[in-house]
Design a protein around this ligand. Sequence first.
Ligand code: NAD
Length: 542
Amino acid sequence: MPPPLLGLNDERGQAPLPDLFLIRFLYNSAMLISVDPSTGEEIGRVPLMDAAEVAAAVARGRAAQPAWSKLSYHDRARFILRAREVVLEQVDEIANLISRETGKPVTEAIAMEIVPTLDLMHHFAANAKQILKRKRVGLGQYNYMARTSYIVYKPLGVVGIISPWNFPWATPLDEVVMALMAGNAVVVKPSELTPLTAVKIADVFKQAQLPEGLLEIVIGDGSTGAALVEAGVNKIMFTGSVNTGKRVAEAAAKHLTPVVLELGGKDPMIVFEDAKLENAARAAIWGAFCNSGQACASIERCYVHHSIADKFIDIVVKETKLLKQDPPSTGDIDVGAMTNQEQLEIVEDHVSDAIQRGAEVRTGGHRLNKTQGWFHEPTVVTAVDHSMKLMRDETFGPVLPIMTFRTDEEAVRLANDSIYGLTASVFTGDLGRGKRIAEQLDAGTVMVNEVVYTHAVAQTPWGGVKQSGYGRTHGSLGLLELVSAQHIHVNAMPGLADVWWFPYSKRAGQLFRDFARRFTTGSVLNSLPLLPKIFRRLIEPR
Ligand code: NAD
């Protein structure tokens, strides 16, 4: 039980720690202590790594990567598929660990983290070769000059992965698999709140006999992440909050290290009057309350056509009241704990700000006191508007605010009225209308009659626009982030000089003017009259 940690002296000489729940992890003898957020129990401790250890991890990756990059895709895939077998054999153990470190239900850890990652491992083991195969580039009229071009995709080297706590298994592991398949070594800096899950990822690959140095885990807080950015990796794949993302991009810019930023969201769901109401309501509930609302793609704002709003809200409230919320260890539950106290306080602040501005809580609304952990009731709020934090800032908790609209234009305007743009959802019985509206929304992904889940689809790209970040993970676009595209250009007539080389004679000047008029039209017919002039230029005396 938790009390053993209460009152421990922090070895940095600070006052006795007042309350375990005020701090999610403690530094003690340079150890990171992982705590079950649903009970307060210590789960385990892991040594913190300093900048020198991070640099050493990157150096080990640097040393191991060249041999790995020379392996065929088939051989790399063998290690990934072996790791997949290890995960399959240990699904329950892994799900329990994820659940204990995050507070989410075990069932949800399997559905939202383990199943998608197993699928992704299979997908990239099977398809990375095809996605990254050499690609011919069409050259238009240059092809008639015996020129060819193609792209080869080369590994980057060492990729740094910095990840958050909400999907501590899937988020880093997906990127590890893709980076390894692309021929890179990886160094992962997991969240300080979920270090043990990351240690388990390393253990899985150890059991799969991945050569040493290719996957390094560096445990620590933001300073360890900052050390990884400074350690000279070839790319940073960052997932986390907007503020930290900006800091990472700024630090990386000093070294011109490229960065992919997967940041926060305030994802809207639009429900039109022709939607299947029951299903749309169930989607809204799952979209808002799965993972205790702590998904970057959680439904954080729901806009419902005014003509169906009462009915929709009734169903949502009724179904929300049926959700079972308890510590995951107590058995079959729907909603678990939140993963950290800071996030819980943000949720309370957003709900209370909304109430002060006239919002109405239809169910929930409070922190749960029946357990020791960080629980917030699944909460449905109406009479909301865009002056409220609940409709503007990322809440990242189990709260579903519902607002009404009258026209398609108003729905689009409200949905786009946000600094974020990660995902959005449109519910309608008319798929044509759904697709039309989808293309008007500012989001990296828009789902029609779906919510949240495409992060689980290995084939589709994941990433945002606006303050939700840039770059992509997952899908072919995500894999292409993990390679460098090299262009090879070949002139198959090595004995012939180019007409644009020196000397710049009068004849050359005239020919270039003709090129401007004719060649640049892209038409072979237009360019044909140039041939005699080209010939004369080629035999021009030097
Ligand atoms: P966070 O930004 O606090 O931390 C993310 C990671 O960055 C952690 O590992 C942290 O230790 C590290 N870090 C902190 N300071 C750093 C620094 N200066 N340099 C380098 N690394 C540093 O985010 P969080 O609270 O762990 O996660 C929640 C946020 O993540 C939410 O905003 C959520 O929307 C976002 N998120 C986005 C996606 C996505 O795909 N877009 C997915 C999951 C979570």
